[in-house]
Design a protein around this ligand. Structure first.
Ligand code: PDD
Length: 285
């Protein structure tokens, strides 16, 4: 939920959002030259912090931005949760790091230019009818760059896809590259085929989602077989279940893809088991 007034973190300080002034020369603004993370907060507790921290460290290293204070992120996030009164609530911590402020030249600025670091904690409201009834998604061409494994700020293709989904009355857009489902505009995708959970292999075509990881671990505990292999769009009509996985959408069953009804048009048993197991994990935080 967007909040106009909140305490944010900006370059080492806690500041009211209205006091944060980001330069128009910031490379995040000019080039989308930066990376980000989103961490779910449940009843004031951060979920899967270590995994988010590892992925952020990887994104930073892949784009060669140095943020020496990265290990302080959990403490910063907890502080933001506290000062924004979210210690008993559900919310999202957002952090973005850009290559700092410098004249607009494509190559990196001098190493002495510090990164810009901005983080927020804001409340979220769950949408229970999504889990109960399942959602509708659309398929769109995956026109993104070749390093979707990096959690880059440059999200124009994802933004356009999500907007198209909204305009067509759907809740998520799913990217298709070379006839294969890669992932959603802001989620990973998993299907159930012959009782096996199938999800795109972890490579440069998808973001290695933390929710995807957690769900793969849950499958192991629950004895649900998993195959990390591409799912072709032409196989969609014989898919028993489909779901999207992500920090903001958690485990959400998909019941319709464009004009194709998945299974009997209701959330399937495996999605429901995974969703319950995910809730149990959150409950144990
Ligand atoms: N999106 N794929 C893409 C393209 C994403 O942007 C995200 C997350 C995921 C799921 O990853 P995770 O389970 O770690 O959240 C997959 C975030 C939440 C966002 O942009 O808001």
């Amino acid at each position: 939920m967007w909040r106009e007034h909140m305490i944010t973190y900006f370059n080492g300080q806690l500041l009211p959002k209205e006091s944060v002034h980001i330069s128009p020369d910031d490379r995040g603004f000019v080039f989308a030259d930066g990376v980000y993370e989103v961490i779910h907060v449940y009843r004031g507790q951060l979920f899967a912090t270590e995994q988010h921290l590892r992925r952020l460290a990887n994104s930073l290293s892949e784009v060669r931005i140095a943020w020496p204070d990265i290990q302080r992120l959990p403490a910063i996030a907890r502080e933001l949760v506290k000062v924004n009164g979210l210690d008993q609530s559900d919310g999202l911590v957002y952090v973005q790091i850009t290559r700092g402020v410098a004249p607009r030249l494509h190559p990196f600025p001098d190493e002495s230019v510090p990164p810009t670091v901005y983080a927020t904690a804001s409340p979220v409201e769950p949408v229970p009818e999504h889990w109960e009834r399942g959602i509708k998604v659309i398929l769109v061409p995956d026109i993104r760059w070749g390093r979707c494994d990096i959690k880059s700020l440059a999200l124009l293709s994802n933004v356009l896809a999500a907007q198209e989904a909204k305009e067509r009355g759907a809740d998520e857009a799913i990217f298709v590259r070379d006839g294969v489902i890669t992932e959603g505009a802001r989620t990973n995708v998993a299907a159930v085929v012959d009782g096996v959970l199938v999800t795109h292999p972890r490579d440069h075509r998808i973001l290695p989602g933390i929710t995807r990881n957690v769900v793969l671990e849950l499958c192991q505990h629950l004895g649900i077989p998993v195959r990390e292999s591409p799912l072709a769009v032409i196989d969609l009509p014989r898919v028993e279940e489909l779901m999207i996985l992500g920090t903001t959408k958690e485990v959400t069953p998909v019941v319709r893809v464009d004009e194709i009804t998945i299974g009997d048009g209701l959330p399937g048993p495996i999605a429901q088991r995974l969703e319950r197991a995910y809730r149990d994990l959150i409950g144990a935080l």
